[in-house]
Design a protein around this ligand. Structure first.
Ligand SMILES: CC(C)(COP(=O)(O)OP(=O)(O)OC[C@H]1O[C@@H](n2cnc3c(N)ncnc32)[C@H](O)[C@@H]1OP(=O)(O)O)[C@@H](O)C(=O)NCCC(=O)NCCS
Length: 241
């Protein structure tokens, strides 16, 4: 999944310079962004200038730092985590390279990656990734992985609720897609628990561990999410740094 994103997000999107993948617009910050006390339901049109930090109680999501490389190497190198994913960068050096790439892709408006910071720690033990299916981000896809020792602890659910609130409330996503291998019982159950709707099986769509696997397509629509959770404004606190 992680390495696939290099391919998924290297298409030529409206507003992206096809030569170097950067925005054609000037590199000015979102006007007044540093005065925003929290994210609101008004989507900022230049979100790629922001480095959002989201919090829910003691759970924090923030941009990855190079110092997260050792903990993420451990997370993604665990066979239980890797079982249904395409091969992730394997060494600390490769993860550092991946982290640098996430910063580049974020600034280019192609991709957002949140590191998951558990209570009492400052190192990322997992990731939530979000990327556009449509250039506008109205349709987007997400993927996630959490260190095995945190499975079933509620860390995933707390993080997922922050990311969905951010996607629908801040980015203006209307349809959020996720794919999970059909035999990934835990991944599929986690999505169902969040209110995602299964839409069908994508046959042999994804190469993992040398084998093309069937994936379940899940979606959450902004309108359904709002009906279940109310307006997202005020549900996500974060700072623009
Ligand atoms: C997907 C992932 C982030 C979910 O985090 P998690 O902490 O395991 O998720 P949760 O515990 O909140 O939810 C998993 C659900 O699956 C259920 N579950 C687990 N094993 C199950 C089984 N054999 N049969 C039925 N349900 C099962 C759990 O009971 C739980 O539901 P509950 O909270 O209602 O009891 C984590 O498992 C992970 O990192 N997996 C590896 C990466 C991955 O597969 N990513 C998804 C593809 S993008």
């Amino acid at each position: 999944m992680l390495s696939d994103l290099h391919e998924t997000t290297t298409g030529t999107f409206t507003g992206l310079d096809p030569e170097d993948g950067t925005r054609r617009q000037s590199d000015r910050r979102l006007a007044g962004a540093d005065r925003l006390p929290r994210f609101s339901s008004q989507p900022p049109l230049e979100w790629w200038h922001l480095q959002p930090e989201l919090a829910s109680g003691p759970v924090r999501l923030r941009e990855l730092r190079l110092s997260d490389a050792p903990s993420l190497t451990e997370t993604l190198g665990c066979p239980k985590v890797a079982e249904y994913l395409s091969p992730a960068p394997a060494s600390v050096a490769e993860i550092e390279e991946f982290i640098a790439w996430t910063h580049f892709a974020h600034k280019a408006g192609r991709y957002i990656c949140f590191g998951v910071i558990p209570p009492g720690s400052d190192a990322a033990v997992g990731v939530f990734q979000l990327w556009p299916i449509e250039p506008s981000f109205r349709t987007a896809e997400w993927g996630f992985a959490i260190a095995h020792r945190f499975w079933g602890t509620g860390l995933f659910e707390a993080g997922a609720r922050l990311v969905t609130a951010f996607a629908f409330g801040t980015l203006g996503v209307l349809r959020l897609e996720a794919r999970a291998a059909v035999d990934n019982v835990r991944g599929n159950a986690a999505l169902e628990k969040l209110g995602a709707v299964p839409e069908g099986v994508l046959r042999k769509c994804f190469l993992a561990n040398g084998e093309y696997r069937d994936h379940m397509m899940w979606s959450i629509l902004a309108e359904d999410w709002r009906a279940a959770h109310g307006d997202v404004a005020g549900q996500v606190t974060g700072q623009v740094v």
